[in-house]
Design a protein around this ligand. Structure first.
Ligand code: RNT
Ligand code: ZN
Length: 418
């Protein structure tokens, strides 16, 4: 797209927004301040580098076998940097424990140390990225159906040790980057068929978490992620939404809302205001569930839009951390990163341009028609011209021009991977 055209369109949009009391420059500055936490696992279908040769377990699935996935740490890093070069702004990288640098040796999960992430910390510093972290309870011989809630103390303690060590890794990351590393705990624990021990496993999970969180850290923050069900774990999930809301509220821990982890018609956006009243902050895993927790690439749909609007309406941009969580193995993986990240940012852009003061004025006067009319009209205000300007100023491809760039990287690099 011609720069001149983008500038012209922006000038018109700026005036149009000024008419309804919105300063587009302020919105651009606010968007510039928002870092997404990019999930490292989109580049290799959640495989990691542990080299156990095992399958992806824990009730999650990456379907498809599009060629060119990252096979090692260098390829993964190159792919992430390539994707990031098409995403405006500065972003964080969210690592899983299985992405450590284990130097070709098998390092079991209860042996992981900050040293295994020293290379990542260095790499992140060099590339101006901050790190977030995740313990990994899946894809391991001891994963089974139950990890932190396993009645067998040997298995339970193994995972407690793993998760404790992961927190120590996160603390090092946070210290090195001078900004808290956010560590997510998601365990797949559940049951394929009916269980008559719902209470028992939940008690075990609660007690395991209490042990894990005994050490207080200053450079990392914990978050805990619930789920409705997993594949092969359809009848019961130990860490359900109720479980973690209770846990988070009583222990002062952040709850992670994964947009795929609720009943299909449940509005995840509606949860933010409630959680923020009782838990310190909120972590998001923005995804796209298609009929179930399918982890399709995030797009600019009503769900994502409402989610972003709620963050802004709650004035909670500093309390809600926006991570992405999808893994599509059926299309170009770098392209998938870019689509989902930019879609989330487009939603944030619209949220930041919403004529909120006027909408609230109408609402306070009980003017229902006026509120609905303005909500509808604001959908077609020229937010896209402001978004294009955001891309232009950030030196990333504007509009669909990133397609050709992703294709070029595929031609030159990923298509050559066996
Ligand atoms: C699984 C959870 C979890 C994972 C990642 C890989 O349902 O969403 O966040 O997707 O940890
Ligand atoms: Zn998730």
């Amino acid at each position: 797209m011609k720069t001149e055209l983008i500038e012209k369109a922006y000038a018109v949009a700026r005036e149009r927004y000024a008419e309804i009391g919105i300063d587009t420059e302020k919105a651009l500055a606010a968007l510039q301040n928002i870092s997404l936490s990019l999930h490292c696992w989109q580049a290799d279908d959640v495989a990691g580098f542990e080299n156990q040769g095992g399958d992806l377990t824990g009730g999650i699935q990456a379907t498809g076998n599009y060629p060119g996935k990252a096979r090692n740490i260098d390829e993964l890093r190159a792919d992430i940097l390539k994707a990031a070069s098409f995403i405006p702004g500065r972003h964080r990288l969210n690592l899983h424990e299985i992405y450590g640098e284990f130097g070709g040796r098998f390092v079991d999960r209860d042996q992981v140390e900050p040293a295994h992430f020293a290379g990542w910390i260095e790499w992140a510093r060099e590339n101006g990225m901050k790190l977030d972290f995740n313990s990994t309870s899946f894809s391991h011989p001891k994963s089974g159906s139950l990890s932190l809630s396993n009645p067998d103390p040997a298995i339970r303690n193994f995972w407690i040790e793993h998760t404790k060590r992961c927190r120590a890794v996160a603390e090092e990351m946070g210290k090195a980057q001078g900004d808290p590393c956010i560590m997510n705990v998601w365990v797949h624990d559940g049951s394929k068929d009916l269980t008559v021990n719902r209470m028992y496993y939940r008690e075990l999970l609660r007690d395991s978490l209490d042990k894990i969180f005994e050490t207080e850290y200053r450079n990392m923050k914990d978050c805990i992620e619930s789920k409705v069900f997993g594949i092969g774990l359809e009848s019961y999930t130990v860490g359900s939404n109720d479980f973690y809301i209770g846990y988070g509220a009583s222990r002062g821990k952040m709850v992670t809302l994964d947009t795929g982890h609720f009943h299909p018609t449940e509005l995840v956006a509606d949860k933010i205001s409630s959680l923020l009243l009782y838990t310190p902050e909120v972590m998001l895993h923005v995804s796209r569930p298609v009929r179930w927790d399918s982890d399709h690439v995030t797009i600019m749909n009503d769900d994502t839009l409402e989610l972003c609007k709620e963050i802004v309406r709650c004035d909670a941009l500093d309390k809600v951390h926006i991570g992405l969580d999808y893994f599509d193995a059926s299309i170009n993986r770098i392209g998938a990163y870019v689509i989902g990240s930019r879609a989330t940012q487009k939603c944030l852009m619209q949220a930041l341009l919403e004529p909120l003061a006027q909408l609230r004025q109408y609402e306070s006067e009980d003017k229902g028609f006026e509120r609905l009319a303005l909500l509808e009209e604001s959908k077609s205000l020229p937010w896209n011209a402001v978004w294009d300007m955001f891309c232009l100023r950030n030196g990333v491809p504007v509009g669909e021009s990133f397609i050709a760039e992703v294709q070029k990287y595929e031609r030159d690099v990923t298509s050559k991977r066996a």
